[in-house]
Design a protein around this ligand. Structure first.
Ligand SMILES: Nc1ncnc2c1ncn2[C@@H]1O[C@H](COP(=O)(O)OP(=O)(O)O)[C@@H](O)[C@H]1O
Ligand SMILES: [Mg+2]
Length: 261
């Protein structure tokens, strides 16, 4: 048994349709330790979402292999949580009922699920809003609900695909701080796709840089910042400047314009 939470080994993904033949990812290898926070950055269309879909088993590689906790991924996995840019909440259900949807779909014991939902509501600062409907919630609040729903079944691996891309800058910062704290509290392994280099460096232990299509891993940056990351202090930390600059240089000037904040 391997000790990795996620093992992506020499994976190539080719999409073949009648009109097109797209090589989305080429020979991508990535090993993630349990509890690690990984951020993935790269230009649009380089295969970032494809990488997350592979990890969750929603998509099979053309060649190569994907393993979760030492087990080959052969189909959709139940032990992952997924958060997308759009919260995708059901308008006719309250925040709490949206969170509990996860339990209903998985037929989890109701009482335990309710307890976990209440814990997560507390942890994410949704207390007081559990009975609100999605249209009564701000974008940030809606993403908190989506995060609670993704964490309800205590997934060892959390996949986040540009989760804060639609939020305003201040809300996004606040969500970054909260996500970092929630990750510390839950101990879950996180793979986060983002267009923001500063978000990637603030949040992650390692930042994976993916090149334009066909996506390959151009490099991995170790972020040598303390575990406790006060937002303001981190922004002023020389290591933060070094890591963000390194990523900008690596992705290239043209691409940096695409992926920059
Ligand atoms: N199901 C699919 N069928 C055909 N092409 C696809 C499919 N999914 C993704 N692609 C193509 O693969 C490439 C990578 O897509 P994606 O992983 O969504 O990129 P990113 O998330 O980095 O923007 C893109 O060129 C996209 O058009
Ligand atoms: Mg994408």
């Amino acid at each position: 048994m391997s000790s990795y939470a996620v093992e992506i080994s020499d994976v190539t993904v080719r999409f073949r349709t009648k009109k097109r033949d797209v090589l989305a990812l080429r020979e991508v290898t990535l090993n993630v330790e349990p509890g690690e926070f990984i951020a993935i950055v790269g230009p649009s269309g380089c295969g970032k979402s494809t990488l997350l879909k592979l990890t969750s088993g929603l998509l099979a590689p053309s060649t190569g292999s994907v393993r979760l906790h030492g087990e080959d991924v052969t189909g959709p996995r139940k032990d992952v949580g997924y958060v997308f840019q759009k919260a995708a909440l059901l308008e006719w259900r309250t925040a709490r009922k949206n969170i509990l949807l996860q339990a209903e779909m998985r037929h989890l014991p109701a009482r335990e699920a309710q307890q976990r939902a209440d814990e997560l509501i507390e942890m994410t600062g949704l207390a007081g809003f559990e009975d609100a409907y999605p249209h009564e919630l701000s974008g940030g609040m809606q993403q908190r609900v989506a995060l609670c729903r993704a964490l309800l079944h205590r997934p060892p691996v959390l996949l986040m695909d540009e989760p804060f891309g639609a939020l305003d800058a201040l809300t996004r910062e606040q969500m970054n701080v909260e996500l970092r704290r929630i990750w510390q509290e839950t101990g879950t392994t996180v793979l986060l796709v983002t267009h923001s280099i500063s978000e990637a460096v603030y949040l992650a232990d390692r930042v994976v840089m993916v090149t334009a299509r066909p996506g390959t891993v151009a490099g991995v940056v170790d972020v040598d910042l303390p575990v406790e990351r006060d937002y303001g202090r981190t922004m002023a930390d020389p290591e933060f400047a070094r890591a963000t600059q390194h990523i900008r240089d690596h992705l290239g000037a043209a691409q940096a314009a695409v992926v920059g904040d």
